[in-house]
Design a protein around this ligand. Structure first.
Ligand code: GLN
Length: 309
Protein backbone atom coordinates (compact mmCIF):
# COMPACT_ATOMS: atom_id res chain seq x y z
CA UNK A 1 0.00 0.00 0.00
CA UNK A 2 1.61 3.34 -0.99
CA UNK A 3 2.10 5.93 1.72
CA UNK A 4 -0.54 8.71 1.55
CA UNK A 5 0.69 12.27 1.68
CA UNK A 6 -1.20 13.99 4.52
CA UNK A 7 -2.15 17.69 4.57
CA UNK A 8 -2.35 17.66 8.35
CA UNK A 9 1.19 16.29 8.67
CA UNK A 10 2.39 18.77 6.04
CA UNK A 11 1.11 21.62 8.19
CA UNK A 12 2.95 20.30 11.26
CA UNK A 13 6.14 19.76 9.23
CA UNK A 14 5.95 23.34 7.97
CA UNK A 15 5.63 24.65 11.53
CA UNK A 16 8.40 22.41 12.91
CA UNK A 17 10.77 23.25 10.06
CA UNK A 18 11.05 26.84 11.32
CA UNK A 19 13.44 25.69 14.07
CA UNK A 20 16.03 24.11 11.76
CA UNK A 21 17.90 27.44 11.67
CA UNK A 22 18.81 26.91 15.33
CA UNK A 23 20.33 23.49 14.64
CA UNK A 24 23.47 22.10 13.05
CA UNK A 25 24.22 19.07 10.93
CA UNK A 26 26.67 16.57 12.53
CA UNK A 27 29.98 16.67 10.71
CA UNK A 28 32.29 14.86 13.13
CA UNK A 29 31.64 11.95 10.77
CA UNK A 30 32.59 13.88 7.62
CA UNK A 31 30.23 12.01 5.24
CA UNK A 32 27.20 13.00 7.38
CA UNK A 33 27.85 16.67 6.71
CA UNK A 34 26.67 16.48 3.09
CA UNK A 35 22.93 17.01 3.63
CA UNK A 36 20.49 19.89 3.51
CA UNK A 37 20.02 21.12 7.09
CA UNK A 38 16.45 22.24 6.39
CA UNK A 39 15.09 18.88 5.29
CA UNK A 40 12.29 17.44 7.38
CA UNK A 41 10.13 14.45 6.62
CA UNK A 42 7.91 12.05 8.51
CA UNK A 43 6.10 8.77 7.93
CA UNK A 44 3.57 7.20 10.29
CA UNK A 45 2.86 3.51 9.89
CA UNK A 46 -0.26 1.86 11.36
CA UNK A 47 -0.65 -1.80 12.30
CA UNK A 48 -3.19 -2.32 9.49
CA UNK A 49 -0.59 -1.28 6.88
CA UNK A 50 -1.92 2.25 6.37
CA UNK A 51 0.72 4.90 6.16
CA UNK A 52 0.65 8.70 6.09
CA UNK A 53 3.54 11.02 5.39
CA UNK A 54 4.85 14.50 4.70
CA UNK A 55 8.11 15.65 3.12
CA UNK A 56 10.50 13.64 1.01
CA UNK A 57 10.10 10.24 2.65
CA UNK A 58 12.16 8.47 -0.03
CA UNK A 59 15.37 10.13 1.11
CA UNK A 60 17.73 7.63 2.71
CA UNK A 61 19.41 8.18 6.06
CA UNK A 62 21.94 6.15 7.99
CA UNK A 63 20.65 4.74 11.26
CA UNK A 64 23.60 5.78 13.46
CA UNK A 65 22.46 5.46 17.10
CA UNK A 66 19.00 4.21 16.10
CA UNK A 67 20.79 0.96 15.23
CA UNK A 68 21.70 0.53 18.93
CA UNK A 69 18.19 -0.45 19.90
CA UNK A 70 18.05 -3.02 17.10
CA UNK A 71 21.43 -4.59 17.86
CA UNK A 72 20.29 -4.81 21.49
CA UNK A 73 17.16 -6.72 20.44
CA UNK A 74 19.25 -9.12 18.34
CA UNK A 75 21.77 -9.70 21.12
CA UNK A 76 19.00 -10.32 23.67
CA UNK A 77 17.70 -12.99 21.29
CA UNK A 78 21.22 -14.39 20.76
CA UNK A 79 22.08 -14.58 24.44
CA UNK A 80 20.14 -14.53 27.67
CA UNK A 81 19.30 -11.35 29.59
CA UNK A 82 21.70 -12.19 32.43
CA UNK A 83 24.63 -12.56 30.01
CA UNK A 84 23.90 -9.21 28.33
CA UNK A 85 23.25 -7.20 31.49
CA UNK A 86 26.32 -8.60 33.21
CA UNK A 87 28.26 -6.66 30.55
CA UNK A 88 26.15 -3.53 30.16
CA UNK A 89 23.95 -1.74 32.70
CA UNK A 90 20.37 -0.43 32.67
CA UNK A 91 20.81 3.09 34.00
CA UNK A 92 20.62 6.43 32.19
CA UNK A 93 23.78 8.54 32.43
CA UNK A 94 22.64 12.13 31.95
CA UNK A 95 25.83 12.56 29.89
CA UNK A 96 26.41 12.89 26.13
CA UNK A 97 26.27 9.66 24.09
CA UNK A 98 30.02 9.48 23.59
CA UNK A 99 31.04 10.49 27.12
CA UNK A 100 33.76 8.62 28.98
CA UNK A 101 32.93 10.31 32.29
CA UNK A 102 30.98 7.51 34.03
CA UNK A 103 32.73 4.43 32.70
CA UNK A 104 34.10 3.60 36.12
CA UNK A 105 30.95 4.37 38.09
CA UNK A 106 29.74 0.75 38.26
CA UNK A 107 31.55 -2.01 40.12
CA UNK A 108 32.82 -3.98 38.33
CA UNK A 109 33.26 -1.40 35.55
CA UNK A 110 30.80 -1.66 32.68
CA UNK A 111 28.97 0.87 30.48
CA UNK A 112 25.85 2.21 32.19
CA UNK A 113 23.43 1.38 29.37
CA UNK A 114 23.30 0.04 25.79
CA UNK A 115 22.32 3.39 24.21
CA UNK A 116 25.57 5.24 24.95
CA UNK A 117 28.45 4.45 22.61
CA UNK A 118 30.41 2.41 25.17
CA UNK A 119 27.35 0.24 25.87
CA UNK A 120 26.46 -0.08 22.19
CA UNK A 121 30.00 -1.22 21.34
CA UNK A 122 29.71 -3.88 24.07
CA UNK A 123 26.37 -4.97 22.59
CA UNK A 124 27.68 -5.11 19.01
CA UNK A 125 30.55 -7.25 20.31
CA UNK A 126 27.94 -9.76 21.56
CA UNK A 127 26.29 -10.29 18.13
CA UNK A 128 26.85 -13.97 17.35
CA UNK A 129 28.67 -15.15 14.20
CA UNK A 130 32.03 -16.46 13.03
CA UNK A 131 33.23 -13.33 11.26
CA UNK A 132 32.45 -9.61 11.01
CA UNK A 133 30.76 -10.39 7.74
CA UNK A 134 28.55 -13.08 9.20
CA UNK A 135 27.63 -10.96 12.23
CA UNK A 136 26.85 -7.97 10.03
CA UNK A 137 24.72 -10.08 7.68
CA UNK A 138 22.74 -11.43 10.63
CA UNK A 139 22.03 -7.89 11.85
CA UNK A 140 21.13 -6.74 8.34
CA UNK A 141 18.76 -9.69 7.83
CA UNK A 142 17.05 -8.85 11.14
CA UNK A 143 16.72 -5.17 10.18
CA UNK A 144 15.31 -6.11 6.76
CA UNK A 145 12.70 -8.27 8.45
CA UNK A 146 11.76 -5.49 10.91
CA UNK A 147 11.44 -2.99 8.06
CA UNK A 148 9.74 -5.46 5.71
CA UNK A 149 12.26 -4.46 3.04
CA UNK A 150 14.81 -6.86 1.54
CA UNK A 151 16.74 -4.17 -0.28
CA UNK A 152 18.14 -2.38 2.80
CA UNK A 153 21.93 -2.00 2.63
CA UNK A 154 24.64 0.00 4.34
CA UNK A 155 26.25 3.15 2.97
CA UNK A 156 29.91 2.32 2.31
CA UNK A 157 31.04 5.95 2.18
CA UNK A 158 29.48 6.75 5.58
CA UNK A 159 30.89 3.55 7.12
CA UNK A 160 34.39 4.35 5.81
CA UNK A 161 34.16 7.96 6.90
CA UNK A 162 33.27 6.96 10.46
CA UNK A 163 35.85 4.13 10.52
CA UNK A 164 38.58 6.63 9.65
CA UNK A 165 37.58 9.12 12.35
CA UNK A 166 36.27 6.94 15.22
CA UNK A 167 39.12 7.72 17.61
CA UNK A 168 36.97 8.13 20.71
CA UNK A 169 35.03 4.94 19.96
CA UNK A 170 38.35 3.11 19.64
CA UNK A 171 39.34 4.48 23.06
CA UNK A 172 36.03 3.20 24.49
CA UNK A 173 36.75 -0.23 23.01
CA UNK A 174 40.20 -0.35 24.63
CA UNK A 175 38.58 0.49 27.96
CA UNK A 176 36.08 -2.35 27.43
CA UNK A 177 38.90 -4.71 26.49
CA UNK A 178 40.93 -3.84 29.57
CA UNK A 179 37.86 -4.64 31.70
CA UNK A 180 37.23 -7.90 29.80
CA UNK A 181 33.84 -6.82 28.52
CA UNK A 182 35.05 -7.42 24.98
CA UNK A 183 37.75 -9.79 23.85
CA UNK A 184 37.96 -9.18 20.12
CA UNK A 185 40.30 -7.10 18.00
CA UNK A 186 39.33 -3.43 18.36
CA UNK A 187 39.66 -2.67 14.62
CA UNK A 188 37.36 -5.59 13.88
CA UNK A 189 34.71 -4.36 16.31
CA UNK A 190 34.94 -0.79 14.98
CA UNK A 191 34.53 -2.19 11.46
CA UNK A 192 31.33 -3.98 12.47
CA UNK A 193 30.00 -1.05 14.53
CA UNK A 194 30.59 1.55 11.80
CA UNK A 195 28.86 -0.67 9.23
CA UNK A 196 25.95 -1.12 11.66
CA UNK A 197 25.65 2.68 12.10
CA UNK A 198 25.81 3.20 8.32
CA UNK A 199 22.83 0.95 7.52
CA UNK A 200 20.52 3.19 5.58
CA UNK A 201 16.81 3.37 4.93
CA UNK A 202 14.06 5.90 4.38
CA UNK A 203 11.45 7.26 6.83
CA UNK A 204 8.95 4.72 5.67
CA UNK A 205 11.23 1.80 6.60
CA UNK A 206 11.99 3.49 9.89
CA UNK A 207 8.29 3.92 10.71
CA UNK A 208 7.67 0.28 9.91
CA UNK A 209 10.39 -0.77 12.40
CA UNK A 210 8.66 1.56 14.87
CA UNK A 211 5.34 -0.18 14.41
CA UNK A 212 6.92 -3.58 15.09
CA UNK A 213 8.21 -2.25 18.43
CA UNK A 214 4.81 -0.62 19.05
CA UNK A 215 3.22 -4.06 18.57
CA UNK A 216 5.61 -5.72 21.04
CA UNK A 217 7.62 -7.40 18.29
CA UNK A 218 4.78 -8.60 16.04
CA UNK A 219 4.94 -8.23 12.25
CA UNK A 220 1.98 -5.99 11.35
CA UNK A 221 1.40 -7.81 8.04
CA UNK A 222 1.86 -11.48 8.93
CA UNK A 223 1.36 -11.40 12.70
CA UNK A 224 4.62 -13.35 13.07
CA UNK A 225 6.51 -12.57 16.29
CA UNK A 226 9.78 -11.12 14.91
CA UNK A 227 11.18 -10.78 18.41
CA UNK A 228 9.77 -11.96 21.76
CA UNK A 229 7.44 -9.42 23.38
CA UNK A 230 9.57 -9.12 26.53
CA UNK A 231 12.59 -8.13 24.40
CA UNK A 232 10.56 -5.50 22.53
CA UNK A 233 9.47 -4.16 25.94
CA UNK A 234 13.05 -3.99 27.24
CA UNK A 235 14.05 -2.07 24.09
CA UNK A 236 11.12 0.36 24.43
CA UNK A 237 12.00 0.96 28.06
CA UNK A 238 15.57 1.87 27.08
CA UNK A 239 14.11 4.14 24.39
CA UNK A 240 12.17 5.98 27.11
CA UNK A 241 14.99 6.19 29.65
CA UNK A 242 18.00 6.66 27.33
CA UNK A 243 16.76 6.88 23.72
CA UNK A 244 17.21 10.63 23.29
CA UNK A 245 20.61 10.70 25.02
CA UNK A 246 20.84 13.21 27.87
CA UNK A 247 17.58 14.82 26.75
CA UNK A 248 15.55 11.68 27.53
CA UNK A 249 13.98 13.05 30.73
CA UNK A 250 12.72 16.24 29.12
CA UNK A 251 11.57 14.28 26.07
CA UNK A 252 9.58 11.89 28.30
CA UNK A 253 7.86 14.82 29.99
CA UNK A 254 7.14 16.85 26.86
CA UNK A 255 6.41 14.05 24.38
CA UNK A 256 6.08 10.81 26.30
CA UNK A 257 6.67 8.13 23.69
CA UNK A 258 9.49 5.59 23.31
CA UNK A 259 11.86 6.99 20.67
CA UNK A 260 15.45 6.60 19.50
CA UNK A 261 17.48 9.20 17.68
CA UNK A 262 20.70 9.15 15.69
CA UNK A 263 23.21 11.85 14.74
CA UNK A 264 22.18 11.55 11.10
CA UNK A 265 18.96 13.31 12.19
CA UNK A 266 16.73 10.26 12.24
CA UNK A 267 14.20 9.48 14.96
CA UNK A 268 12.32 6.20 15.25
CA UNK A 269 9.24 6.34 17.47
CA UNK A 270 6.96 3.56 18.71
CA UNK A 271 3.61 4.61 20.14
CA UNK A 272 2.65 1.48 22.11
CA UNK A 273 -0.17 -0.45 20.44
CA UNK A 274 -0.86 2.41 18.03
CA UNK A 275 1.74 3.18 15.35
CA UNK A 276 5.37 3.62 14.37
CA UNK A 277 7.02 6.90 13.40
CA UNK A 278 10.03 7.59 11.16
CA UNK A 279 11.44 11.10 11.01
CA UNK A 280 14.37 12.62 9.18
CA UNK A 281 15.57 16.13 10.01
CA UNK A 282 19.38 16.43 9.95
CA UNK A 283 19.79 19.74 11.82
CA UNK A 284 20.62 18.72 15.40
CA UNK A 285 20.24 20.47 18.75
CA UNK A 286 23.11 20.72 21.23
CA UNK A 287 22.41 17.20 22.58
CA UNK A 288 22.62 15.65 19.09
CA UNK A 289 18.88 15.13 18.50
CA UNK A 290 17.02 16.31 15.38
CA UNK A 291 15.87 19.77 16.41
CA UNK A 292 12.90 19.92 14.05
CA UNK A 293 12.16 16.23 14.60
CA UNK A 294 11.67 16.87 18.32
CA UNK A 295 9.53 19.92 17.59
CA UNK A 296 7.43 17.85 15.22
CA UNK A 297 6.96 15.10 17.81
CA UNK A 298 6.04 17.71 20.38
CA UNK A 299 3.31 19.06 18.09
CA UNK A 300 2.07 15.56 17.28
CA UNK A 301 2.03 14.49 20.90
CA UNK A 302 0.14 17.60 21.97
CA UNK A 303 -2.38 17.52 19.09
CA UNK A 304 -3.13 13.80 19.39
CA UNK A 305 -2.42 13.22 23.08
CA UNK A 306 0.19 10.57 22.46
CA UNK A 307 1.99 10.64 25.80
CA UNK A 308 1.90 7.24 27.45
CA UNK A 309 2.22 8.80 30.91
N1 GLN B 1 27.98 6.29 14.77
C1 GLN B 1 27.80 7.31 15.76
C2 GLN B 1 28.92 7.30 16.76
O1 GLN B 1 29.29 6.27 17.23
C3 GLN B 1 26.49 7.09 16.44
C4 GLN B 1 26.25 8.13 17.51
C5 GLN B 1 24.89 8.71 17.46
O2 GLN B 1 24.10 8.58 16.53
N2 GLN B 1 24.62 9.46 18.50
O3 GLN B 1 29.46 8.32 17.10
Amino acid sequence: MPCQSSDELKKLVKEARTVTKHGQVADYIPALGKVNAHDLSIAINYPDGRCISAGDIERKISLQSISKVISLALVLMDRNKEYVFERVGMEPTGDPFNSVAKLESMTPSKPLNPMINAGALAVTHMIKGNSVDERFQRLLTFIRELAGNDTIQYNKEIARSEFETAHLNRALCYFLKQHRIIDEDVEQLIDLYTKQCAIEMNCLDLSRIGVVFALDGGDPQTGKQIMPANIARICKTFMVTCGMYNASGEFAIKIGIPAKSGVSGGIMGAVPGKFGIGIFGPALDDKGNSIAGIKLLELLSKNYQLSMF
